[in-house]
Design a protein around this ligand. Sequence first.
Ligand code: TRP
Length: 455
Amino acid sequence: MSRPAKSIHGQWTSRWAFILAATGSAVGLGNIWKFPYITGENGGGAFVLVYLACIAAIGVPAMMAEIMLGRRGRQNPIYTMRTLAKEEKASPYWKYLGWSGVVAGVLILSYYSVIAGQAMAYVFRSFSGVFEGVTPDGAQSIYATLANDPERLITWHTLFMIVTMGVVAQGVKNGLERSLKFLMPALVVILLMLVAYATNTGTYFTQSLHFLFNPDFSKLTGQAILSAMGHAFFTLSLGMGAIMIYGSYLPDKTSIAKATLTISAADTMIALLAGMAIFPLVFANDLATNAGPGLIFQTLPIAFGHMAGGAFFGGLFFVLLVFAAWSSSISLIEPAVTWLVENKKISRIRACVVMGVGTWFLGLLTVFSFNFGKTWTIFGKTMFDLLDYLTANIMLPLGGLFIAIFAGWIMKQSSSEQELAIKSPIFYHTWRILIRYITPAAIIIVFLEVIGLLA
Ligand code: TRP
């Protein structure tokens, strides 16, 4: 069986380069900023349990499928889907799956960059000692001052977009590998430090473990299940072609299954560590678990403000968070940029300018939804909440659903068997059952439940 020809596209230098880049994409604001605040909003344990189940039953098989499609197609997601559909003699409309991914990536990056900008602002606040001895009220008002100042938010958002597009312009593979090799481990070390610090809070630490891991199913609404599922896609960077395009640079010999397990385990561990660092602070300082998107910015400064060397470690933490956000942002915009380059035949730099400026403008909606645009709501959601809901809870799971259908039903068994090249037949068949039945059924059931058809 012949495989589609290699394209103009390059390749990663090694399996580790791919794992690093994909982990860099997966680990980001989703783990450290979003996971704790949506866990808080959705009542803790039961939400976490559903999230973990979604990672295992939906995320892992879907990630394998997405990497597999990318490696087989070896182009931007739109072209990849078109090529693979042709190869499997399926409808050319499959290319729209690539399209929805390009759009979702731009929408997500527009608000992602604003939050990353807030993290940048916190680098300077922390190093300059603003947090020293800070009270919970103080931490809240420091955050409020930033969030209520559109000019500052725009400045940081602009800076973050420039840094992101600067790297994308040079081609994703250069530079990323080298920097991630030490940034990721450093982030884990500092998170461990924060968790160790949190254990000092004694009973509050136990209380937060209880909150995170003791499911109270009465708190589990349909919307909470949808958020948990949506977050499984978001945190693993699935459903929009980001991992597909990283897979398109993957050398043939690499085991997709092993890479997937490594990436999802690392990603999940980092999210849980973030939760264990943050919730003890929430309980010890009598803060609201449902503080929303400001949660980490209102809690972590309290820890840094009271530990030895806190100004330094706090600054370092936010630096690492910005880097984690940056390596994720690159993968959000990469499909759109590569598509422009491969389709419109314009230079990479030009493509970056076009996409960067467009995304920047869209980001203003999020900037304003933190201050004077708070009251601009649709369905009771601010512009930021709406963008987040539309992408994470709807577009990504839908993209994932179609990816699963394509990989499980449209692609011949011989094609996926060859591409995944899993040695153990049991593992391959487990994957195939998951991707054909479990993953799509789970996504559809959650959607139906939320629309109210299963009530
Ligand atoms: N996974 C990243 C995070 O958790 C965000 C991200 C990067 C993403 N690329 C993506 C989310 C593609 C969805 C799709 O912060």
